[in-house]
Ligand binder design. Sequence first.
Ligand code: FAD
Length: 518
Amino acid sequence: KALLALVFLLGIMTNTEHSNPFVTHNSVTHSTLGTMIFDGKLCFTNLEHAAKDFGNIYHLIPSAILYPKSVSDISSIIKGIFDMGLTSDLTVSARGRGHSLQGQAQTHQGVVINMMSLREPEMRFHVGKHETYVDVSAGELWINILHESLKRGLTPKSWTDYLHLTVGGTLSNAGISGQAFKHGPQINNVYQLNVVTGRGEVVTCSKEQNSDLFHAVLGGLGQFGVIAEARIALEPAPKMGKWIRALYTDFTQFTNDQEHLISSPGSFDYVEGFVIINRTGLLNNWRSSFNPRDPVQANTFTSEGKILYCLEVAKYFDPEEINHIDEEIDTLLSELNYIKSTLFQSEVSYIDFLDRVHMSEMKLREKGLWDVPHPWLNLLVPSSSINEFAKEVFGNIVKDTSNGPILIYPVNKSRWIKGTSLITPEEDVFYLVGFLSSAAPYSKGKDGLEHILLQNNKILNYCKKPRLGIKQYLPHYSTQQEWKSHFATHWDVFSRRKLIYDPLAILAPGQRIFQRLG
Ligand code: FAD
């Protein structure tokens, strides 16, 4: 009997060139996949890197990684698994840059599709009377799209703060940054998608064609299909940006000014902000890249231990054209109530401004501080709750911001496209509040993972009060019940779409929303 079993196992393991070294209940389905032919390749070894993400907290090892060269590779693997029906429980995770925070792009013993190896289509630019856009592979990094667009004097309109992320990865969430008040998030700036559904079908969709799938996939957390290709809206690119920071000690003045700026026509091109709690020497750090408008006054400023709120804005301009950029900025600033001695300004190229977080990445990498755990927490807080939220969270829960920045800025969703899967608060104006902590590996102190996660839980517990109307962004839950309350009245649509486009729940198991059938 033992000999027969051994022969059987060896049979499976030597069946294909890419035999699976793990012998699990999925061995038979794995060996079936191993016999499939791809333009790219399916690998059953060197899997560890797909069990890692930016969060560096969850580590689920897949049993295979597909490096697709064509959309049909993606379609074949998903269709192959779908056709196995309930006899298999294999799942599939598209992995963009893998910069998720809690294993969202991972799958335990399933198949990871490495989207960055998909190189088709080549970027194709179209300049039209009504629409100017670029067609890209969804595994493309936004930074590469920016570089190629700038060669043609063009640029995408809406960004994330960090550009070394894939198109498919950010469109599966939303892509919110300081330009979203003007252009909406990145999911607002896409004309068309090519999607491989959970049945393995390749579908072209847009607002006009297969619009239900189009809306489902945008902000859809990878649940309805793998985005293979996207058509991204472009506009003429500016060359330079004036990048400005100013401080407040009064939270209401700070948020009033932010909300004023996002509602004023002709305002800045970018509006964000952050909170500084119990940190000294910050203004000195800025001096390497920012100049105080009034150096003498800036030297006299002391925060006296108060919490500071920093407004961060930028206005783009082209130095080769006649412009009145300084006058325009002065007019905009004259309407604000920041502490006058704390105005700092810098002039940077458009690309350096957009790629600013990458500069910090390089510095942190040099010190070995980039690949640490990142217990980030992102919230969307309605404007009507932001004062109460700030009082409790910045006043009582978070004692300092030495573990990483806390972003805070408002957006207005009244012009955002409706019907996508993105869940936001009910009110038109809400704040993105991002606790972007880095944990010191192995530390048991205040900078350690345990402490930061505990603090995040305190914040989340406070946010549970229904009257606050707060939602998580880049959401993370462990139970379907929690997901149902996240989606609230949108759950029916979300789960109906799942049944249509991915009825066996093969896709994106790392989000922990649906259980694979099989
Ligand atoms: P991955 O982590 O690889 O995937 C994320 C999810 O999308 C997974 O569930 C995955 O299965 C799914 N997925 C990936 N590709 C596809 C595809 N082609 N089709 C279908 N599903 C897919 N977000 C903002 O909105 N604004 C910011 O300013 C911002 N700044 C950030 C800064 C940093 C330093 C980091 C690390 C993240 C930031 N994010 C921001 C969050 C970021 O947008 C998301 O984590 C995004 O998912 C990362 O893209 P990725 O390519 O790494 O996706």
